[in-house]
Write a protein that binds this ligand. Structure first.
Ligand SMILES: *Cc1c(COP(=O)(O)O)cnc(C)c1O
Length: 354
């Protein structure tokens, strides 16, 4: 090391998000964004937003947003926590609840931010392997640990666990906090929110980024027992009381209130996903049984990396992970029907080359 002060720096290998290129005609199927705009009420509220309000600090409690989320999920406002995307909520939850000498457990193939938070907060962790079908083996989490976290549905595998399996993991871990990251739950999986009535140590985390078309706004939330939420708030208020700004809070409320639009757009994505699965299978791909807004696919004859590069040349972006066990898979976000059509057309052409 060149400078002696560098010995005292907290060094981390940061998370690498998917590419965020932004060209007008590109087809962006690489970061699981929603292809549809936010609810009409969000646009209306944005137009009506009075900028003179920005002089004033926002409500540090985010009360109005907590209340609409609580009403929607039939819990009390003191059972809800909101943050700057679920990444913020998850990071705070790691910091708050994973404070043990024992290792935190999460799957080997999972959201690649978990090991990054564990490293930055110096939390020991172990990563039980998914089985050969990429399923979480619940029994792997029936042992001493400093906490458990997993996405359900899992990413990037797209596979969901049933509520009773999630419950088994929670029930077997009365001595630690179990975090279920439900970023994709609205696309056809069973939520564990109801289980928070029974288990004081269960925290369910969700986001507005995928099913509510608001990745650019940054809103995530957690539902849990009032005690868990109180602990989370204590940590949050210990370094920034005003994480949620006034505009975000206002638009977030509108996004929750329009339940009909939410149902309609998520149903449309699920329908497109099932069509996509059929079309890709016709092209020879194997697609896992997705309960998310993406498909995790592999092809017996074409290398994933080559396909990824070829698609990129066409300005069609999908996600490729150069990681053990999944380096021959592609994660394809479900776009509009037109975007998906362009994907099939390209793949058909590519695969019929002499
Ligand atoms: C997208 C995603 C998140 C984070 O979403 P935010 O945009 O930060 O709300 C968290 N967990 C998983 C598994 C995700 O895929």
């Amino acid at each position: 090391m060149k400078n002696s002060w560098e010995a005292n720096v907290r060094k981390v290998t940061p998370y690498t998000p998917g590419d965020q290129p932004n060209r007008p005609k590109m087809i962006k199927l690489n970061t699981n964004e929603n292809p549809y705009p936010p609810a009409p009420g969000v646009t209306r509220a944005l137009k009506e937003f009075r900028t003179d309000q920005l002089r004033l600090y926002p409500d540090p409690k985010s009360s109005e947003l907590l209340e609409v989320i609580a009403a929607q999920y039939q819990v009390k406002p003191e059972q809800v926590f909101v943050g700057v995307g679920s990444d913020d909520v998850l990071a705070l939850a790691f910091l708050t609840f994973f404070h043990s000498e024992k290792p935190v457990l999460f799957p080997d193939i999972s959201y690649s931010f978990y090991p990054v938070w564990a490293e930055v907060f110096r939390i020991p962790y172990e990563t039980p392997a998914l089985d050969e079908h990429f399923r979480i083996v619940k029994e792997d989490y029936y042992r001493e640990n400093g906490g458990v976290v997993f996405p359900n549905p899992n990413a990037p595998t797209s596979l969901a666990m049933g509520r009773s399996d999630v419950e088994d993991i929670v029930r077997r871990n009365p001595d630690s906090v179990v975090i279920v990251d439900e970023a994709y739950v609205d696309f056809g999986a069973e939520s564990a929110v109801r289980l928070t009535d029974t288990y004081e140590n269960l925290l369910v985390v969700q986001t507005f980024s995928k099913s509510r078309s608001m990745a650019g706004m940054r809103i995530g939330f957690a539902i849990g027992s009032p005690l868990l939420i109180r602990y989370l708030n204590d940590v949050k208020y210990s370094f920034n009381s005003y994480t949620m700004n006034r505009l975000t809070l206002r638009l977030g409320v509108e996004a929750v209130l329009d339940q009909a639009y939410f149902q309609e757009t998520t149903a449309k994505i699920v329908k497109t996903r099932e069509q996509a699965k059929k079309r890709l299978q016709e092209l020879g791909f194997c697609c896992l049984d997705s309960r998310t807004n993406f498909l995790f696919v592999t092809h017996p004859e074409y290398q994933a990396k080559g396909l990824y590069e070829a698609l990129k040349q066409e300005d069609i972006y999908v996600r490729y992970f150069a990681l053990p066990r999944i380096d021959n898979y592609l994660r394809v976000t479900i776009g509009t029907e037109e975007q998906m059509e362009a994907l099939y057309v390209f793949l058909e052409r590519y695969m019929s080359r002499p």
